[in-house]
Ligand binder design. Structure first.
Ligand SMILES: Nc1nc2c(c(=O)[nH]1)N[C@H]1C(S)=C(S)[C@@H](COP(=O)(O)OP(=O)(O)OC[C@H]3O[C@@H](n4cnc5c(=O)[nH]c(N)nc54)[C@H](O)[C@@H]3O)O[C@H]1N2
Ligand SMILES: Nc1nc2c(c(=O)[nH]1)N[C@H]1C(S)=C(S)[C@@H](COP(=O)(O)OP(=O)(O)OC[C@H]3O[C@@H](n4cnc5c(=O)[nH]c(N)nc54)[C@H](O)[C@@H]3O)O[C@H]1N2
Ligand SMILES: [Mo]
Length: 672
């Protein structure tokens, strides 16, 4: 008998698509898009379809494993959890709970995944990784400016007269935004794309601005200067709803447009065009990508763009907004009661991007044990070499995984986690829309795989901890508690399958910003107190000609290790690539000419941190010094982008600087 079951894609992505899963004889035979999802409307990408391959693959980890010598041997759950719990007690008794590191990311978007924190809090504390490889700098920037990072509902796109897609790789990473943009364009809305790369969305644009990487904030300042000089500013917004405009004005007044426009690689005529668009062709709806804030100046970039939208009166109006993230989605849930940070006794934080350095430098206490969950840290963290060094130093490592990833290979214990359709959860994403979906358990877990929640529950029992006596339904009900007043509880979502969260459709429409002043803050006292410039200003990327001419003479190009089209980070590369496959390294015609490289040539990229090998592909229309490589390729393939990236922190929000990366290129000779 065939049956169709509604659920959602759990991948860490903008779209969090609605799925319909077909089962026959208790086996899943098909995954398709659900037409009844208001945003994703029945279409899904290859990554979503491949959830079935990931579920059924013969390489799935099916039993707990323990490393003995250089080999992994199968052990029972009881043995694994007994030994892990003894080790935890030992470490806690000798060094305190913060000698245990929990390093995690967000590979899977289920609500229940967040209960890992509850486990460590009831254990008495831990060292947690904070900040983000993903969006940290931009989130903090918008918090300084507006008090939160919020997006308009996509339906509001139809009210925009101009749309600016600033750095977001819509056709690859946020495919369900595309039809809304196409529809707007057909109705005559102008589409401007600002991106060093002539990517899929840039090809659709009325204007594509191929800016030099890491210079977007500076562009926004130059555009602001023109708008201020021409008195095109929105005086009402500035006087009634903002503070610090005069200080911002002083920052931009001193800028020399003709000189700086050369540095950022944008023709002054395009700067004028943007000034006209932002002030005369309103409302302007801006979509920011996350890639462009993975720089040392990333937060400043987003603050400058926010300021441009604010002076031109494009914030808090229908058809406007600086859409970066949608944090009110995740914040709708009752995390305080789910995670219970109030019960822990000790707590320490490391920044995600620099965790390797912090592990190596930790003394009080040192890190004696680590849990790595929902993350392929070895592949995804910046500066691979440093990650390996740090992990090698930790005596006991537990990895919860579905596959034998590079990270799992470094573990002392591997605990096999269930796949999405093998466990019940509620799926949501805080990057784009506010539709949440119930995901029932559809099939039994393969082998002896357990859900992450079951692992924490059973480990709690071994340790004699409280906190996990509840059922899955209890936890889901707890998570939804604050939403009950809006008619959303577990029974309702189980019945209806999806729910649109009661979040604002036009962010800041009441102009009540959640900053300390209650206004849009061009000048942020909070930023100043935290040691930062209180306003956005002229700041270049770290590995730039302006700051490091010596370095740039050796490594003149900028590597953008962007998100892969067909994989979610490392997760699908794992299936798609055969031994010997190499990724495309996309270069401009100028770089090709200078280094005598043709499409298809084997090339290497290198800097002081490392070297990768790939196949050259020449692409016309990109900023000439920009080189593109998909992240997520395995280190074995020779093309892990993080062999080249730096593990430093962005200016704010403990973000990463993975795109602030100077490299050199060379053709690989036959015997190189
Ligand atoms: N297929 C696929 N989809 C995904 C993911 C995936 O791995 N694969 N990952 C998901 C996740 S976790 C995230 S965070 C999002 C990320 O989604 P995006 O922000 O869209 O993509 P990124 O790959 O982070 O950023 C790369 C984009 O930023 C541009 N860029 C880089 N530097 C600059 C700059 O200095 N200025 C400007 N203007 N543009 C710049 C690049 O050319 C590229 O178009 O995608 C999500 N969706
Ligand atoms: N060079 C470079 N590096 C980057 C980026 C970049 O643009 N350039 N982007 C960064 C960004 S935006 C992000 S978000 C991070 C992502 O970093 P990660 O989240 O570490 O990346 P993934 O490759 O998705 O690895 C997730 C792992 O979790 C496992 N997993 C899946 N589901 C579950 C589950 O339910 N439970 C458990 N325990 N495990 C599960 C998967 O099998 C997979 O191995 O990477 C960052 N790294
Ligand atoms: Mo991300």
């Amino acid at each position: 008998m065939r049956e169709q079951i509604k659920t959602a894609c759990p991948l860490n992505c903008y779209d969090v698509c609605g799925l319909v899963v077909t089962i026959e004889n208790k086996k899943i035979i098909k995954i398709a898009g659900d037409k009844e999802h208001p945003i994703t409307q029945g279409k899904i990408c290859g990554k979503g379809k491949m959830l079935l391959d990931r579920l059924n693959d013969s390489k799935r980890l099916l039993y707990p494993l323990k490393k003995i010598g250089n080999d992994f041997v199968r052990v029972s759950w009881d043995e694994a959890l007994q030994e892990i719990s003894e080790k935890m007690q030992e470490v806690k008794a000798s060094f305190g709970p913060t000698a245990i590191l929990h390093s995690y990311d967000y590979s899977s978007g289920g609500l229940l995944k967040g209960l890992d924190q509850r486990f460590f809090n009831f254990f008495g504390g831990f060292t947690e990784v904070i900040g983000s490889l993903c969006w940290g700098a931009g989130v903090q920037a918008q918090q300084y400016d507006m008090g939160n990072a919020l997006s308009h509902d996509v339906s509001d796109i139809k009210n925009a007269k101009t749309i600016v897609v600033w750095g977001r790789n819509v056709t690859d990473t946020n495919q369900h935004l595309l039809p809304f943009l196409q529809e707007a364009k057909q109705k005559g809305t102008k589409l401007i794309v600002i991106n060093p790369v002539k990517n899929g969305i840039a090809k659709l644009a009325d204007t594509h601005i191929a800016i030099r990487p890491g210079m977007d904030g500076i562009l926004a300042l130059l555009v602001s200067k023109i708008i201020i000089e021409k008195s095109w500013v929105d005086r009402d917004f500035i006087s009634a709803h903002s503070i610090g405009f005069e200080q911002f004005k002083q920052e931009v007044e001193q800028l020399n447009i003709s000189e700086i426009s050369k540095e950022i690689g944008v023709d002054p005529s395009l700067i004028d065009q943007l000034a006209i668009a932002f002030s005369q062709r309103k409302p302007v709806m801006t979509f920011l990508g996350l890639g462009m804030q993975r720089y040392a100046n990333g937060g400043n970039t987003i603050r400058a763009i926010d300021a441009l939208a604010a002076i031109s009166g494009n914030i808090g109006i229908s058809g406007g907004g600086v859409n970066y993230a949608n944090l009110s989605v995740g914040r709708s849930f009752n995390w305080a009661e789910l995670t219970r940070s109030d019960v822990r006794k000790q707590y320490r934080t490391f920044a995600r991007s620099t965790q390797a350095d912090e592990i190596l430098n930790a003394v009080d206490p040192p890190i004696k044990m680590a849990f790595i969950t929902r993350s392929n840290a070895v592949n995804q963290l910046p500066n691979y070499q440093q990650t390996i060094k740090a992990l090698e130093q930790i005596p006991t490592k537990v990895v919860i995984e579905m596959f034998m990833t590079e990270t799992a290979k470094m573990a002392d214990y591997i605990l096999p986690s269930a796949a999405v359709f093998e466990e019940e959860d509620i799926h949501y994403g805080s990057m784009f829309h506010g539709v949440i979906r119930y995901g029932p358990q559809i099939v039994e877990p393969k082998g002896e795989a357990w859900s992450d929640l079951k692992i924490w529950t059973e480990l709690s029992k071994k340790l004699g901890l409280t906190g996990f006596e509840k059922s899955v339904d209890d936890f889901l009900e707890l998570a939804l508690k604050d939403l009950n007043q809006h008619g959303l509880d577990l029974a309702a979502i189980k019945n209806v399958k999806q729910f649109v969260l009661p979040i604002q459709t036009i962010s800041w429409s009441d102009k009540k910003f959640t900053t300390p002043s209650g206004k849009f803050e061009f000048f942020s006292e909070q930023a100043k107190r935290e040691g930062l410039s209180p306003t956005a200003g002229l700041v270049y990327p770290h590995e730039s000609w302006q700051y490091q001419p010596e370095l740039k003479r050796k490594y003149p190009y900028n590597l953008l290790s962007i998100h892969p089209t067909k994989s979610l980070h490392s997760q699908h590369h794992f299936f798609l690539r055969k031994k010997g496959d190499l990724p495309s390294v996309i270069i401009s015609e100028r770089v090709a000419m200078l280094h005598e490289i043709k499409t298809g040539d084997r090339i290497k990229l290198y800097n002081d941190r490392g070297e990768i090998v790939g196949k050259a592909k020449i692409q016309i229309g990109n900023q000439q010094d920009t080189i593109l490589l998909e992240e997520g390729w395995s280190t074995d393939s020779g093309a892990n982008a993080n062999l080249l990236t730096a593990n430093k922190l962005s200016d704010m929000g403990n973000g990463s600087v993975q795109y602030d990366c100077a490299v050199m290129i060379a053709k690989v000779k036959a015997r190189d």
